[in-house]
Ligand binder design. Structure first.
Ligand SMILES: C[S@@+](CC[C@H](N)C(=O)[O-])C[C@H]1O[C@@H](n2cnc3c(N)ncnc32)[C@H](O)[C@@H]1O
Length: 202
């Protein structure tokens, strides 16, 4: 039975389409949003901290883990037209919005899908995520254990997490798992973590 949580496959709440403005120094865009999708009233402040603090990424294959309606995937694709950006979410309404937003922004390098919709052999040069903290610690760890091992050798993950939502304990858990973890920015209570290592050998 759907409970109306934004991280369900099919949000139980009725659709009410809207638009929000994504305003960055290098990009302004109107994005389609809907009820039943994370942060549908405005771009999430954590997402803005991430997008404003993220250093330029080399062209490559990138994953936006938990894409919502796609502000991260679309920004990365806009910044790096030579990159392939995979946008993954369990919420099918979110995936459809990311497809629509990438199309309206003219970004053919965004590919949005559910978590089982990607070829198994893809490895990511970077994973960039405002991860789904609200699913609970064990579920969050499961999501990260599923995707972080798919970093290519030398790849890096960038995660934004609020300190009140467990940024520091998440950093400690990642480090305990043998990964390198650096805090690369801290703003409005949000930590931007750069995570390296721990990739599985192909
Ligand atoms: C904090 S929101 C971030 C959304 C979007 N990236 C943004 O910045 O607005 C986390 C997203 O992760 C999704 N999510 C939850 N569990 C997931 C899973 N197991 N695999 C992929 N995405 C998941 C949620 O549906 C939600 O859209």
């Amino acid at each position: 039975m759907p409970s109306g949580q934004y991280f369900e496959a099919e949000p139980g709440i009725a659709s009410r389409p809207g638009r929000v403005t994504l305003a960055l120094a290098d990009l302004t865009a109107e994005l389609a949003v809907d009820r039943g999708v994370f942060s549908s009233a405005r771009i999430d402040p954590g997402t803005l901290v991430l997008l404003r603090a993220l250093p330029p990424l080399a062209d490559g294959t990138v994953l936006d883990l938990g894409c919502g309606y796609g502000p991260i995937a679309c920004t990365l694709a806009h910044r790096s037209p030579g990159s392939t950006v995979w946008a993954v979410d369990v919420n099918q309404r979110a995936v459809a919005l990311t497809v629509a937003n990438a199309a309206s922004m003219g970004l053919p390098n965004v590919h949005a899908a559910g978590p089982d919709g990607l070829p198994d052999d893809i490895r990511f040069d970077a994973i960039v995520s405002n991860p789904p903290i609200r699913v609970g610690k064990d579920a969050l760890h499961g999501v990260l254990e599923r995707w972080l091992p798919r970093l290519a050798p030398g790849g890096e993950a960038w995660l934004v997490v609020h300190r009140h939502l467990g940024a520091d304990s998440l950093a400690a858990w990642l480090a305990a798992g043998g990964r390198g973890v650096e805090r690369r920015a801290s703003k409005q209570g949000y930590r931007l973590l750069r995570v390296t290592g721990g990739e599985k050998k192909p």
